[in-house]
Design a protein around this ligand. Structure first.
Ligand SMILES: Cc1cc2nc3c(=O)[nH]c(=O)nc-3n(C[C@H](O)[C@H](O)[C@H](O)COP(=O)(O)OP(=O)(O)OC[C@H]3O[C@@H](n4cnc5c(N)ncnc54)[C@H](O)[C@@H]3O)c2cc1C
Length: 461
């Protein structure tokens, strides 16, 4: 690798030198994502189009310099943590909503478009883009595609992977590739868009996304159900879906996390409860009314002592804002918070909730349980302190045991955050050596020199 001064000179020859950063203060701003590890890269570049990305990748590929694609850096799995000596590609300047095509219910966006901005733009014309990661006010569409991000609405609408009609991407050798487009159907060759979706920056840089849209549901209603016990609340989640109540969002929060939010926002949430379910239904008004009634009955059958309905859109938004504030709220309680991502078939949610509590107790680690429980995706929030190696050892054991338990119950290591660095060591538990070896061969075909985000998904790049 060239010395830093040489690297700066070389990169400044490829794109405007004001968009090449090598100063220590600048690099510090990119040293971490939303996980505790901090690593300074050698340089950060801020390209504005695919041609600049191609030039940087070609340069890095010839010299075997690792490249870390970065959207907003909100990864919870270490996916956007830099590597020593790496070039970070900050993709936020590729931020154009190129087209919203109402007739074909689709849109074309660049990878750096912030998800919430995209959602608002399509809603302005009566359309709907459902994926709603709770980081949506900052995270990018490229980051969402690269991680197959989900969110509360996954329970009814699926996750980002279900809204990718096509992609454009730059390969490590600088060539541009595209797959898919405006057609709803496509059966030509391998589905490369599907393969790049969830590839966590290890195969190529996704530059453009052709996103599927839906008509905007005309009505929605948000409800809050309060449970004196956690177990029946978890059982209620599993049965709500089986009974066909069809919520579009179904979130579970336990007492630890309800109290963290209340400490942070002082919004009058009941501190003494063991569990809250935050539920939303959408569709035509008659359907919303029917589903709301069904849900209320079921919650009461499972011992909910109170079910309230948000009076209007403003009150509903304040409940969802509280849910989105969860991570900052928990961060007030502990210097380091790890958000786990264990996912199980939803009928196994009650068992998984019990297992998480058992594992936390055994390792003497404080864990709050929440999650997009309606689709089986739990997010145990582990309260930790990265300055305490002994505690971090117990936290690592907790993460591994939660992952093993999810697999034992027929689930997966990650429902939506990706493998990143955090779970790379456990990948073989899910796919076995032949499955992981096949994935490595796919990576080698895309990235023969191993420059694309090495150490993510696979421990050894
Ligand atoms: C408060 C908070 C709440 C969150 N809630 C959710 C949630 O509800 N659901 C959920 O799924 N996630 C959630 N996350 C995690 C995170 O926001 C998502 O993983 C999101 O998709 C990351 O987007 P980003 O733009 O920040 O990408 P980054 O964090 O910058 O990158 C994530 C990964 O994608 C790669 N990447 C980014 N852009 C590209 C590109 N254009 N081409 C190729 N690779 C790329 C990176 O290399 C990295 O591996 C949350 C995070 C926080 C901090």
């Amino acid at each position: 690798m060239p010395p830093i001064s040489g690297l700066y000179r070389d990169l400044a020859g490829l794109l405007d030198r004001r968009r090449v950063l090598t100063g220590r203060e600048d690099l510090l701003a990119y040293a971490n994502d939303a996980t505790p590890a901090r690593v300074l890269p050698a340089a950060v570049v801020v390209p504005v189009d695919g041609a600049e990305i191609a030039a940087v990748l070609r340069y890095a590929d010839r010299r075997c310099i690792p490249v870390v694609p970065r959207g907003a850096g909100t990864s919870l799995s270490g996916g956007a943590t830099p590597l020593p000596g790496s070039i970070v590609l900050d993709l936020k300047r590729l931020d154009r909503i190129v087209e919203i095509d109402k007739a074909n219910l689709m849109a074309v966006v660049e990878c750096g478009v912030v998800t919430q901005r995209f959602q608002a733009a399509v809603e302005d014309v009566g359309l709907f883009y459902p994926p709603d990661p709770q980081s949506l006010s900052v995270c990018t569409m490229g980051g969402n595609v690269a991680t197959r991000a989900g969110g509360p609405r996954g329970v009814k609408y699926g996750t980002t992977k279900d809204y990718v009609l096509g992609l454009e991407a730059v390969l490590p050798d600088g060539s541009l590739t595209g797959y898919g487009g405006k057609s709803v159907k496509m059966s030509s060759g391998y589905d490369l868009a599907r393969l790049l979706t969830g590839s966590e920056g290890t195969l190529a840089v996704i530059t453009r996304i052709m996103a599927r849209l839906l008509p905007l549901p005309p009505a929605r209603q948000t409800m809050l159900a309060i449970f004196p016990e956690l177990d029946p609340a978890a059982q209620c989640v599993a049965d709500l879906m089986a009974e066909g109540a069809g919520p579009c969002a179904l979130e579970l929060l336990d007492r630890v996390l309800v109290n963290c939010i209340e400490d942070f926002l002082h919004m009058g949430l009941p501190r003494e409860v063991e569990a809250l379910l935050l539920i939303e239904v959408d569709g035509y008004p008659a359907q919303v009314e029917r589903d709301s009634r069904l849900i209320e009955d079921l919650c009461r059958r499972y011992g909910s002592r109170e079910v309230t309905v948000a009076a209007d859109a403003k009150e509903a938004e304040s409940l969802w804002r509280a849910r989105r504030a969860l991570l900052p709220a928990v961060s007030l309680r502990a210097p380091t918070v790890l958000t786990e991502d264990a996912t199980v078939p939803r009928s196994r949610v009650p068992e998984m909730v019990r297992a998480i509590r058992r594992i936390a107790r055994a390792n003497q680690v404080e864990v709050g349980v929440c999650g997009h429980a309606g689709d089986g995706n739990l997010h145990p929030a582990i309260l930790a302190d990265r300055r305490d190696p002994e505690l971090m050892g117990r936290v690592a054991r907790t993460v591994a045991e939660i992952g093993r338990e999810a697999l034992k119950l027929g689930g997966t290591l990650s429902g939506e955050h990706g493998i990143g660095t955090h779970k790379a060591a456990y990948l073989e538990w899910e796919f076995g050596p032949p499955g992981v070896e096949l994935m490595r061969r796919i990576k080698k075909a895309f990235d023969p020199n191993g420059i694309m985000n090495p150490g993510k998904i696979f421990t050894d790049g």
